[in-house]
Design a protein around this ligand. Structure first.
Ligand SMILES: [Zn+2]
Length: 67
């Protein structure tokens, strides 16, 4: 289990009924700024669909993307 970035979570609340675009935006920011949970395997695909490109060394991606 990684370390939670409390400040980031406080300022980035997920909306109650997020649109897919909002989810992509949230998960993108989350993977770059917080290490509190593993990125679900479906997330990189979601992000790519919406034009977000995660660097392979993003904190939340450890062990998810293996290339
Ligand atoms: Zn987090």
């Amino acid at each position: 289990m990684g370390k939670i970035n409390v400040d980031w979570h406080e300022s980035h609340k997920m909306p109650a009924n997020p649109a897919e675009q909002q989810r992509a935006e949230w998960h993108y920011g989350h993977a770059l700024n917080c290490d509190c949970r593993k990125v679900a395997p479906s997330i990189p695909t979601l992000l790519e669909t919406h034009g977000y490109k995660l660097p392979s060394d993003a904190p939340g991606l450890a062990g998810v993307i293996s290339k």
